[in-house]
Design a protein around this ligand. Structure first.
Ligand code: ATP
Ligand code: MG
Ligand code: MG
Length: 388
């Protein structure tokens, strides 16, 4: 389909699902990951994969030397190394761009970028030095609770600490010791929404349906597509996400996480410049999955007109993340139940089972959300619907 080689920084489950899409199109991929048998490498038999960190300049250089296009499955990559390879290989395409990754990987710069572009985001203030006095002052300004967040290397809520009162300040500073921090106003949201958005090379914006995510212990647990909110809210969320992604002038897929407030107001929580957990439902329910759409857009391959839409007008979906159970592989019980349930697809990532580790997901598809919920209940072994 295309003779160009795509290099992927990071070879976890997002990389694995990108490779899956690439494999079907005969697009060659090369994975850079520290593990010899990372989830993405497991499904791609190439001698060119690189064992190394997406932060190691030498490993990034080696990857760049073998590829025509670079993309990422994680934003915590070495920016300086990417700049160097771009200089050394001017023809190399890097999507998302180095500028976008730099802005997004530092959550405080990301918030500044959004505010500058008039995108509603949660109020954030810098913390010049991690001291108790500084945080007390911030507490006076933002009120309590507020969230202390690491600017960099955050995921699954690791990097966040909620300061409920002045008494939590010392513990917050101990927990997030030595990390560059900023503070965020508490958002008393009623739901969390997310939208996957594609920007094409020529600046066209395409958004997938608005979904609702439910987190447990800061980790995405469930994703309802479409979100169970009125159409007017879906429309506002879609526009906010599209405007947010348009502001990056980039190419490829982005995940936009948002907070829905009681009065209907929406704020962007954060943006991921890559495929996202809240877009896994697209594999079984949309015309083109988030992974394939990303790949096709960064390679300028054709996409059908309605590629971000549900496959049918009455498609409903719930995605359940499969997290490692307290005893290794106990989570497979949910997967087995899903295998015997019509309309369910199980995706396992080839990762060792460890408590709370994301090891897979299950997509439940039906013509009604009620039926998806019934199937979810049956998989989870509960008698009543989970209401967020
Ligand atoms: P991810 O795995 O999504 O990248 P992360 O580590 O970057 O997670 P955030 O998305 O910043 O973390 O926060 C994780 C969760 O914590 C959010 O989904 C939300 O439930 C809660 N949260 C974050 N910021 C706030 C806030 N300002 N007010 C209230 N809740 C918040
Ligand atoms: Mg994040
Ligand atoms: Mg998040």
């Amino acid at each position: 389909m295309d003779t160009r080689t795509v290099g992927i920084l990071g070879g976890g489950q997002l990389g694995r699902m990108l490779v899956e899409a690439a494999n079907r199109l005969n697009v060659k991929t090369i994975i850079l990951d520290e593990a010899v048998d990372s989830p993405a490498k497991q499904i791609s038999n190439s001698k060119d994969h690189i064992i190394g960190s997406f932060n190691d300049p030498h490993a990034i250089e080696e990857l760049a030397s073998k590829c025509d296009v670079l993309t990422i499955e994680i934003e915590h990559v070495n920016i300086e190394a990417l700049k160097n390879v771009q200089t050394k290989y001017p023809k190399l395409k890097i999507y998302p761009t180095i500028e976008t990754i730099s802005l997004i990987k530092d959550k405080f710069l990301q918030k500044g970028h959004l505010t500058k572009n008039s995108i509603a985001a949660v109020k954030s203030i810098p913390i010049p030095e991690n001291t108790v006095d500084n945080l007390k002052q911030i507490g006076n300004e933002l009120g309590y609770p507020f969230v202390l967040k690491s600017r960099t290397f955050a995921y699954d809520g690791r990097g966040n600490f909620v300061i409920k009162s002045q008494d939590d300040i010392v513990q917050g500073l101990v927990t997030l010791k030595d990390r560059p921090l900023y503070a965020e106003k508490w958002a008393p949201f009623i739901k969390e929404l997310a939208v996957m958005v594609i920007r094409s090379i020529d600046g066209k914006i395409f958004s997938y349906p608005v979904v609702e995510t439910v987190h447990q212990d800061n980790i995405c647990h469930l994703c309802y597509a479409p979100a169970r909110v009125p159409d007017s809210i879906q429309e506002t969320a879609k526009l906010l996400a599209e405007n947010a992604v348009q502001s990056f002038r980039d190419c490829g897929i982005f995940g936009v996480e948002m907070f829905l407030m009681e009065d209907g107001e929406l704020f962007v929580n954060e943006i991921a410049p890559r495929p996202h957990n809240s877009g896994h439902y697209t594999i079984d329910s949309c015309v083109t999955s988030q992974f394939e759409a990303h790949l096709r857009s960064i390679l300028s391959l054709p996409l059908p007109k309605n590629f971000t839409q549900f496959a049918t007008s009455n498609t409903n979906a719930i995605m359940l993340n499969v997290l490692g159970g307290n005893t290794a592989n106990s989570e497979l019980e949910f997967c087995k139940k899903a295998l015997e349930t019509a309309g369910c697809s199980v995706y396992l990532y080839g990762k060792e089972s460890r408590p709370k580790r994301k090891v897979g997901h299950i997509n439940i598809i039906s013509s009604s959300m009620k039926d998806c919920e019934r199937k979810l209940d049956s998989i989870l072994g509960v008698s009543s619907t989970i209401t967020p």
